[in-house]
Design a protein around this ligand. Structure first.
Ligand SMILES: NC(=O)c1ccc[n+]([C@@H]2O[C@H](COP(=O)([O-])OP(=O)(O)OC[C@H]3O[C@@H](n4cnc5c(N)ncnc54)[C@H](O)[C@@H]3O)[C@@H](O)[C@H]2O)c1
Length: 274
């Protein structure tokens, strides 16, 4: 029997040393994380570095020191890190920041659109200014960051974009008319970009966390009644930790998720399963 007979081929396919587990590592890739100086963005940047990526991080100019502290931790892990000032509500600021990252890293393999805000108010109290601010940061910012980085990814025919949405983009929650609308927009924007850029081998997905204790939610959780209600409504009985969200982001950025696009991965402890 020769080495090319069907029997020897099937033996080869079942050899125990064959590797079938796709990589969850992103070694040699470069990532850009917006709003990386605190909360989820900080943890996502550190997790991507731990998974092997060099990481560029953005922050508002008055908080850039926070991103610089994260960059120092990433450098101590042996990865490259770079910080740049960015206000995602300004398209000019986005273009400048992306150009500076490309000067440093020459390409962006992974974009995490994390920067976001919330102005919790009852619907009857929401002002035009509140509405515009939340939509500008959470939805317009995500779109124009994706567009600026997407141009470079389309040229290279490769890239992963991960938008941080929220479970509140999939279900409603009181006092969050603008926030829920912005995050629902992010969920559907994710589908549109996934479809438009699939021919260029770019994956666009979203991660939608339940409540996480971060500077964004600290004040809310200082209210014991709010805290009790949220814990009661999460079937797994606890808030998300930043690490829970970072794990989902690293998965979507990794080769293990190469065929996933247009998807919103809920990290919600079962909230939306009810
Ligand atoms: N904490 C939660 O419970 C929760 C739940 C679901 C989704 N999220 C989402 O996760 C993301 C991160 O939130 P977080 O909880 O870490 O909050 P956070 O306030 O700790 O972090 C938000 C970051 O965005 C930055 N930012 C704010 N406005 C900006 C702007 N105009 N331009 C650039 N950067 C800006 C802030 O400086 C900050 O670093 C947000 O998109 C948020 O909506 C949070």
């Amino acid at each position: 029997m020769t080495a090319s007979t069907p029997v020897s081929r099937s033996k080869k396919l079942t050899t125990p040393e064959q590797h079938v587990l796709p990589s969850l590592h992103v070694a040699g890739r470069t990532a850009l994380v917006t709003g990386a100086g605190s909360g989820l963005g900080r943890c996502i940047a550190l997790a991507l570095a731990e998974a092997g990526a060099d990481v560029a991080m953005t922050e508002l100019s008055n908080r850039i020191e926070n991103a610089q502290a994260v960059a120092a931790s990433i450098r101590s892990m042996g990865r490259k890190a770079f910080t740049v000032k960015l206000d995602v509500t300004s398209v000019k600021s986005i273009q400048r920041a992306v150009a500076r990252v490309l000067e440093q890293f020459s390409r962006i393999d992974i974009l995490v659109n994390n920067a976001g805000i919330n102005i919790p108010k009852q619907a009857l109290e929401v002002t035009e200014e509140d509405w515009d601010r939340v939509l500008d940061v959470n939805l317009k910012g995500v779109f124009f960051c994706a567009q600026a980085v997407g141009r470079e990814m389309v040229r290279r025919r490769s890239g992963k974009i991960i938008n941080i949405a929220s479970q509140n983009g999939v279900v409603g929650y009181h006092d969050r008319a603008a926030y829920c609308s912005s995050k629902a927009g992010v969920v559907n924007l994710t589908r549109v970009l996934a479809l438009e850029w699939a021919p260029h081998q770019i994956n666009v997905n979203a991660v939608a966390p339940t409540f996480v204790l971060t500077p964004l939610t600290e004040k809310m959780f200082a209210n014991p009644a709010f805290s009790r209600e949220i814990h009661r409504r999460i079937p797994l009985g606890r808030l998300a930790k930043p690490e829970d969200v970072a794990g989902a982001v690293v998965f979507l950025a990794s080769p293990a998720a190469d065929l996933i696009t247009g998807h919103t991965l809920l990290v919600d402890g079962g909230w939306t399963a009810i």
